[in-house]
Design a protein around this ligand. Structure first.
Ligand code: PHE
Length: 508
């Protein structure tokens, strides 16, 4: 009988009445252990219940079987002694070791034989004949399955003292219907699948219960904040302290228009190549953009205006409509500044901290995705001096009070500066960010008044985090290779805890 058939047969039998496991095993011609295994698995699903019953059986040893034929050792001892007795030595010679020792002792106790001491010890009969060989009779009864007829005391002595009878004990089970009894076991799914959710079948499923052993395994510890999030929080607080408002960064997918064109980055610029930027396959394009603004951006690229000669090439809408993963958060800044100009210019301070993507070779300091921190200030008549002052304020709050600037190039800022800070932890000058004043070619098509300037700067979130937490491989900070332990154990973020006096010092 195969497993499925055995299960069916057992459930059927239980449906009629209680079943005893050993009887069922015998009827089905399978091993008792197999029935117990099946019963336990059915019990786990509450199809059946069981209660254990102790069973025992008596069995003769090979030695005691010979006594049924030849008589008990004590009877054999009695018969070995002649009617007029013999010397102990002669007796011992005539019988086996067991008869000479056990048999002789038992026959003495039964007062069938006696010893005459003095001179040479002799053995004599005390009775003419044995009435009954009780031991032999009892062994026969056991053989016939009539152990119940034996005085329990005698039986105990046969088992425990004389070890002529073995007692085997085992458990059998009375199996009855369980709370969830049914003639067929429904397979309980262990997982909630997407298909079940889609076709609604999850409603009718009974899911397999967890059988977690209470107390087994390690207690999961509570959640821990990832170092990047800790540092992000400190950056966020620094910006908020300085009166900046957070920009909405909830679109990883941008059109080329917002990521590049609005920033006056020419369409043949190498950064717009698939080597540097991730292009979306579906949907590959999105052609929703404010048309009047698109027109002004196009003109600025092709022929310029307001004193600029533009980039002097044929601007293509198809290039602007391509969907990409944003390569910098400056795309977010462009959206916000355009909205600010459209809604009617007001002085504004914005910041953003979120993920950006670049199609770069991954190495110990580069990943294809990382986070950027960006600050933007938009007001009338801002100067490079304002930018430098703000950067001092900002970085001093992060513990970097000594800054140096180096002229740089960005397609959308002029002038542009790389920012270097003397790092008190590393005790050397390190590059900490990039900055500049957004070009009029970017701001004017948005509709910003001509006397409005925008100063902005950006940095990565990963770099300060790695320095702060002493991580030298970015893959140990971000992505699937990061150790959960390092999330759990990393210390408190000390950025932004600088004393106000130091901030003041830095800006004096
Ligand atoms: N967008 C620049 C970058 O990706 C950073 C930056 C922001 C530079 C704002 C100037 C002004 O590195």
């Amino acid at each position: 009988m195969d497993d499925a058939a055995l299960e069916k047969a057992l459930l059927l039998a239980v449906s009629v009445g209680d079943v005893t496991s050993d009887e069922f095993a015998e009827q089905s011609g399978v091993d008792h252990k197999k029935v117990i295994g099946l019963m336990k698995s059915l019990e786990a699903s509450a199809l059946v219940r069981s209660s254990a019953v102790d069973r025992s059986a008596l069995a003769l040893t090979p030695e005691s079987e010979t006594y049924i034929v030849d008589g008990s050792p004590e009877a054999q001892a009695f018969h070995a002694v002649p009617a007029d007795g013999c010397s102990l030595a002669e007796f011992k010679q005539a019988v086996s070791k067991t008869v000479a020792e056990v048999g002789f002792k038992q026959a003495m106790q039964s007062k069938w034989l006696g010893m005459v001491k003095g001179g040479e010890p002799r053995v004599e009969r005390k009775v003419d004949a044995i009435n009954e060989d009780t031991c032999q009779t009892q062994l026969k009864l056991i053989q016939e399955g009539k152990a119940g007829d034996i005085d329990p005391k005698d039986l105990e002595s046969l088992i425990k003292k004389r070890k002529l009878v073995k007692q085997d004990t085992w458990k059998v089970y009375v199996i009855s219907k369980g709370a969830e009894f049914s003639l067929e076991r429904k397979k309980q799914p262990t997982d909630l699948t997407r298909e079940m959710l889609q076709d609604g079948t999850w409603r009718d499923e009974t899911f397999k219960a967890y059988n977690l052993v209470p107390g087994a395994g390690a207690m999961p510890s509570g959640g821990h904040v990832h170092p990047l999030l800790k540092v992000r929080q400190q950056f966020r607080e620094t910006f908020l302290q300085l009166g900046f408002a957070e920009m909405p960064t909830n679109n990883f997918v941008e059109s080329g228009f917002w990521n590049f064109d609005t920033l006056i980055q020419p369409q043949m610029h190498p950064a717009r190549d698939a080597h540097d930027t991730f292009f979306m396959k579906t949907p590959a394009v999105a052609n929703r953009a404010p048309e009047d603004y698109v027109e002004r951006v196009k003109t600025m690229h092709e022929v310029g205006g307001h004193g600029s000669i533009g980039h002097q090439y044929a601007w293509k809408r198809t290039e602007a409509d391509k969907n990409i993963l944003r390569t910098h958060t400056t795309a977010v800044s462009a959206r916000c500044l355009h909205k600010l100009a459209k809604d009617g210019f007001k002085p504004a301070k914005y910041f953003s901290i979120d993920r950006v993507f670049r199609n770069e070779a991954v190495d110990r300091t580069h990943l294809a995705e990382f986070h950027q921190v960006e600050g933007v200030i938009c007001d009338k008549n801002l100067t490079l001096g304002d930018l430098i002052g703000v950067l001092h304020q900002f970085f001093a709050r992060l513990g970097m009070t000594q800054l140096r600037f180096k002229p740089a190039f960005n397609p959308y800022t002029e002038p542009s500066m790389e920012i270097f800070a003397y790092h008190p932890m590393l005790k050397k000058w390190v590059e900490v960010g990039n900055s500049g004043m957004f070009r009029p070619e970017m701001m004017l098509p948005m509709g910003m008044p001509p006397d409005v300037n925008v100063i902005a700067w950006g940095l990565s979130l990963e770099r300060p985090t790695m320095i702060m937490y002493g991580i030298d491989n970015i893959r140990d900070l971000f992505g699937s290779k990061m150790q959960l332990g390092s999330v759990k154990n990393n210390p408190f973020c000390r950025l932004g805890l600088i004393e106000q006096t130091e901030t003041v010092k830095a800006t004096q």
